[in-house]
Design a protein around this ligand. Structure first.
Ligand code: GAL
Length: 415
């Protein structure tokens, strides 16, 4: 009895302490676009962790792959004075929001982050030398996902070159399988186009998409990129227009589709459907891209609340939680990514994630670890948008490859 009373007293004391610190009552509104099966399972890990710490979670999920709709919703919220506690943002947009003077700094939570993060990602989380964003994980973009039973059925191998890729696509077609499962939305079109650019070599990617070098943008090699993309398109099914990415992944999961070009959140869908790497599906670097790595690193930024310039206890707790090794592991196990923290053990991960980690390390050294243009990591939204328009128009018309190149060069020059 006495012991019981003592523990009750201790619990009450804890509760009071929590309330003083503002913990118990703080509600965290969170804007994100993780709504597919695998994505929801991943963000639920954070929701549960924050609930365990006594915070209320107000979910503001805005559906739409790659966050296009979420970014519009965020602008509306901030303009109307309802900025969320946390929002999913990445790349140069982090800076843009910081420049607006509406974010809080989270240095207090970030005491040892620098030593645990890949340098370019650590850099991207800061503004004016202060941390304003916390990274979740590293997604590799230049993957090709293949249904294993389909592959075995046609006696194929994961293709390492474009000729091998097209030969496999022909075999799939002959077997009545849609060779390439695709969703015709601008960001998905960009995923394929950017990956084909990467297949021309690391130097080509750098000059074309990072330096926006006119000579490279108008080179015969760039004409080849457009031609390859055009040829890939001829292996889509008729219903690809507007299809969501996870529905395209579902085609490869069921085997009605043979392959998909997609970042490794696609793996989150396979796992959520109880499929296993190397048994039910194969991950392979897209043809010609084995020596390079295009990435996107999801992050949260935190908005000032009630006119106060400092981060709230809940915001700091969320930032600490996201970067904690245990969360990093579980989130990426569900999401399909790899932990952004370099000291998280990889033993619970499958062969795709292990390969991703090994290639991340190798390409960080070789200088071919590249931010993805398609996922807002590389250029300003204006430049990225101009390129996206050119690529999407090309992929949805009968435009000639040379015309695509001419428009690309012009679009980039205007910006
Ligand atoms: C990306 C994001 C991924 C994934 C994908 C599809 O922008 O980095 O985490 O969610 O969109 O929605």
């Amino acid at each position: 009895m006495k012991r019981h009373l003592t523990s009750m007293a201790a619990a009450a004391a804890l509760l009071v302490a929590g309330m003083h610190a503002g913990h118990a009552a703080e509600a965290l509104s969170v804007l994100h676009w993780w709504t597919s099966g695998g994505e929801s399972k991943a963000i639920r890990v954070l929701k549960d962790d924050m609930s365990k710490q006594g915070y209320e979670w107000k979910d503001f999920a805005v559906a739409g792959g790659s966050g296009t709709a979420a970014m519009t919703a965020l602008k509306t919220q901030v303009i109307s004075g309802n900025a969320p506690s946390a929002a999913q943002i990445k790349g140069p947009l982090i800076q843009d929001w910081a420049d607006q003077g509406v974010l809080v700094t989270i240095d207090q939570a970030a005491t040892d982050w620098k030593s645990h993060l890949p340098a370019p990602i650590d850099q991207a989380m800061k503004s004016g030398g202060h941390y304003v964003a916390v990274p979740f994980s590293v997604h590799r973009i230049n993957w090709l996902w293949i249904n294993k039973a389909d592959l075995d059925k046609v006696g194929g191998q994961p293709p390492t070159t474009w000729p091998e890729f097209f030969a496999l696509a022909d075999k799939f077609r002959a077997a009545g399988i849609t060779p390439v499962a695709h969703g015709g939305q601008p960001w998905q079109d960009m995923t394929i186009w950017e990956t084909v650019v990467l297949s021309q070599g690391a130097e080509f990617y750098r000059k074309a998409l990072i330096d926006l070098d006119q000579k490279t943008l108008t080179s015969p090699q760039m004409v080849q990129v457009f031609e390859t993309v055009q040829k890939i398109r001829s292996y889509f099914d008729k219903a690809y227009h507007g299809r969501d990415w996870n529905l395209a992944t579902a085609m490869v999961i069921s085997g009605s589709g043979g392959m998909q070009f997609m970042g490794d959140w696609a793996k989150g869908e396979f796992l959520n459907a109880n499929k296993k790497a190397d048994v039910d599906f194969v991950c392979a670097p897209a043809p010609g891209t084995a020596q390079a790595f295009t990435y996107t690193a999801d992050a949260f930024v935190f908005f000032q609340q009630n006119g106060k310039k400092d981060a709230t206890p809940g915001q700091l707790a969320m930032a600490r939680t996201i970067m904690s090794p245990a969360f990093q592991e579980q989130f990426s196990l569900n999401k399909g990514s790899i932990p952004v923290r370099l000291d998280v053990p990889m033993d619970k991960f499958d062969s795709c994630a292990k390969k991703s980690r090994a290639d991340e390390q190798a390409t960080l050294k070789s200088g071919s670890f590249f931010p993805s243009l398609a996922f807002g990591e590389l250029q300003s939204p204006v430049t990225a948008g101009a390129i996206t328009d050119v690529v999407t128009t090309f992929m949805n018309s009968n435009e000639d490859a040379k015309e695509g190149v001419r428009k690309l060069a012009a679009a980039v020059q205007v910006k």
